[in-house]
Design a binder for this molecule. Structure first.
Ligand SMILES: [Zn+2]
Length: 272
């Protein structure tokens, strides 16, 4: 779905770059953000100029569109303000109008199409993270799943998972996926187990979060094998793979006597 939204915001580093490339005569002592509008960002430059910067996603449309005297007066438009700037510059720098215009035209491109795309992707990522954080916070306040008002987009589910795995596993989406997995494979998939009671779904590939396919990205485990899977995950420091899960040994005690001793000691430590 294409969304109609404001174009890229021109932050301070980008504003400095725009100014340095297109208006190199300016001293750039002070840069002050005045307003972020729908398609313009306005910066006050050195207290006496207004930079109206606009960056669009079309390769040839990135640049400072206008630099006018501060405070901006009336609806001068790009041509009028540009003329005022050129006038000021040729007067103060003793350059001819032609020289100034030639310089402006030969200014280096400010952002490559690749950089623009990177900025746009980073912006989208940040937006998703913000949205996920808000959903997780709301869930903590209300105690309802983050998708209680309706299905979310897969990328938003992924962002929720990254922000808080417990919040993700409490979603309606996950409970539907888990049910689909248990219907597709109604027995524990650990090679030496095959238990058919107390089943749950185990996530195998975190990249599939939000659009997990039963039988591919999920695995059915019984309660006891699920505990072994948690232990294996802790040992590995990552989610175990499908093969590693299938190799779990349901016959072996979950903890060895040595591990139990360590756990007991830790418990005594914390109880003191
Ligand atoms: Zn099992």
């Amino acid at each position: 779905m294409a969304e109609w939204r404001a174009e890229i915001e021109v932050d301070e580093p980008l504003a400095r770059r725009l100014l340095r490339a297109q208006f190199r005569e300016l001293e750039l002592r002070a840069l002050e953000l005045v307003a972020v509008g729908w398609d313009n960002t306005v910066w006050r430059v050195d207290g006496q100029w207004a930079l109206r910067a606009r960056v669009a996603l079309a390769d040839d449309l990135c640049g400072a569109r206008l630099l006018e005297r501060w405070p901006p007066r009336g609806r001068g438009g790009w041509r009028a303000s540009s003329a005022r700037y050129v006038e000021w510059m040729s007067a103060s720098r003793k350059k001819s109008l032609q020289e100034v215009l030639r310089e402006r035209r030969s200014a280096t491109p400010l952002l490559s199409a690749h950089e623009l795309r990177e900025r746009e992707l980073a912006r989208q990522r940040e937006e998703l993270e913000r949205e996920a954080a808000a959903l997780v916070a709301r869930r903590e306040g209300k105690g309802t799943p983050v998708d209680s008002d309706g299905k979310l987009a897969p990328e938003l589910y992924r962002a929720v998972f990254a922000a808080s795995p417990p919040a993700y596993f409490a979603t309606r989406h996950w409970s539907r996926r888990s049910r689909a997995q248990r219907t597709a494979v109604p027995a524990c998939e650990v090679a030496r187990c095959g238990q058919t009671e107390g089943l749950r779904a185990q996530l195998v590939d975190p990249r599939a979060v939000g659009a997990e396919q039963p039988g591919t990205d999920l695995l059915t485990l019984c309660e006891s094998c699920a505990r072994r899977a948690v232990k294996r995950e802790r040992e590995l420091g990552r989610l175990p793979t499908r093969a590693e899960l299938r190799e779990l040994d349901p016959g072996r005690p979950l903890y060895t006597p040595a591990e139990i001793a360590v756990l007991r000691a830790r418990l005594r430590e914390s109880g003191r």
